[in-house]
Design a protein around this ligand. Structure first.
Ligand SMILES: Nc1ncnc2c1ncn2[C@@H]1O[C@H](COP(=O)(O)OP(=O)(O)OP(=O)(O)O)[C@@H](O)[C@H]1O
Length: 245
């Protein structure tokens, strides 16, 4: 697959603190690439840097264009959409209004078309359109957050820890939906996760992040066996991960 996005020498600093240091990574067209690592490893900072939400050094190219100089809203227009950790839907707005936020720059006809598509993709929220979003369960809120991100038909979805705070059954549902999105759309996804077991169900490539650096990079094909999965968990993620399936 041709490359859709690439970063070379990507670094993020918060004041004197270095969160990401000299990271190289790429996302192929239609590929699902995951960043895995512990809390504070720098995963979210990488996503935010790509979305233009934090200042970053290094080179970033998207569909052949240097996007490092573009403001966050210009990157959204190019098709780079960030779905934040913890969902961050607007609880006081309805489900329908939250979806509209994701398609604010579409015309009314496209907004309806995209919204209907989202409701087909996420039937859980289809009959809750008029409910305030705070009334949804955690899993439904996550579906809404992803649906909101997909409203503008992005080319690269940056998805920050969709499993966070969800019960195992809901995590499975969210990941099943990601597999559907992968199969049904021409979208590329960069997924940040701590849940290795779920991530390998959807990712084509995995980057392992520790202390702001990439410490390992594997294709899904290279970790197809239980033994090779156990090996990467041991090498890069350590204790606290559920046994790989
Ligand atoms: N706005 C900020 N200001 C200062 N330091 C920050 C800020 N955001 C993140 N950091 C620090 O940068 C480092 C990387 O954080 P980041 O959120 O990117 O990690 P992460 O791997 O996504 O972790 P988590 O899984 O907990 O979200 C951490 O040490 C964190 O405390």
């Amino acid at each position: 697959m041709p490359e859709l996005f690439s970063a070379r020498g990507l670094s993020v600093r918060y004041g004197a603190a270095r969160a990401v240091e000299n990271v190289d990574l790429s996302v192929p067209e239609k590929g699902v690439v995951a960043l895995l690592g512990a809390n504070g490893a720098g995963k979210s900072s990488v996503l935010k840097a790509i979305a233009g939400l934090v200042p970053a050094e290094g080179e970033m190219r998207f569909a052949g264009e240097d996007i490092g100089v573009l403001a966050a809203r210009q990157r959204v227009r190019r098709g780079i959409v960030y779905v934040p950790e913890g969902r961050q839907i607007v609880g006081s707005l309805t489900v329908a209004e939250n979806l509209l936020l994701g398609g604010f720059f579409l015309d009314a006809r496209m907004q309806r078309q995209r919204r209907d598509l989202m409701l087909e993709l996420f039937p859980e929220i289809a009959n809750r359109l008029k409910s305030p979003a705070w009334m949804l369960s955690g899993g439904e809120q996550q579906m809404l957050a992803i649906g909101r991100g997909l409203m503008s038909a992005p080319r690269l979805l940056l998805l920050d820890e969709p499993s966070l705070g969800l019960a195992p059954l809901l995590i499975r549902r969210v990941f099943e939906r990601l597999v559907t999105i992968k199969q049904d759309t021409g979208l590329a996804i960069m997924l940040v996760e701590q849940n290795f077991r779920m991530t390998i169900k959807v990712a084509d490539e995995l980057y392992f992040v520790r202390n702001g650096a990439i410490v390992g990079h594997r294709s899904a094909a290279a970790i197809a066996t239980a033994a090779s999965r156990a090996e990467v968990v041991e090498a890069y993620l350590g204790a606290g991960q559920p046994a790989p399936a």
